[in-house]
Ligand binder design. Sequence first.
Ligand code: 0O2
Length: 210
Amino acid sequence: MKHWDLFLAPYKQAVAELKIKLKGMRGQFDLDSTHSPIEFVTGRVKPIASILDKANQKGIPLENLEAEMQDIAGMRIMCQFVDDIYTVVELLRNRNDFEIVEDRDYISHKKSSGYRSYHIVICYPVQTIHGEKKILAEIQIRTLSMNFWATIEHSLNYKYKGIFPNDIKMRLQRAAEASFRLDEEMSLIRGEIQEAQAFFTRKKEFKQEE
Ligand code: 0O2
């Protein structure tokens, strides 16, 4: 157990730091009173059981976890619109507190499951009492609609251990198409939505001042 605590400590620190940094970006957009491409941010360290399962499935020897498992530290950034995802990717590219080592665009190239998301793998320097330790972390950037689909599919995947009955498979495919169309529809009325959101933010601000 002590070994896992030591191994996971820099990943825990990285997730805590990245949460503050990425949530900070959202706060800065709010201060500017401009539309934030970031709706909300979550982060987690992969549970030990999932690390072992994935290592087993992918044939990763435990001594290679650090180099080969890219999502032990995982962050998720949720956006309202598909265009926001690419704005966030650009914002992340322009930062100098980590290096992007890989990116996977599962939006232009959705997975056969129907999964859509933009993944960035970063090399993040954690400062420890023994010096700097660089770790890999994965940032998944997706719309609220992509997140809804992925969350449901992930739970069902767990239940059926990846082997879905045909009717569930078909429904998930249809839900993935519906999620895609929802993102398209929302993008088409993006201007209207943002105007309404700006109006409500102003109204809220006035209320606070009263
Ligand atoms: P968890 O519980 O989210 O940590 P692979 O696992 O082989 O597909 P790889 O090389 O590990 O892919 O990296 P990739 O493609 O970036 O995907 C890793 C993570 O993306 C997954 O982590 C999921 O979070 C998410 N993901 C990828 N494909 C799917 C999918 O079809 N459905 C859903 N719901 N999520 C997906 P883990 O380790 O699977 O799980």
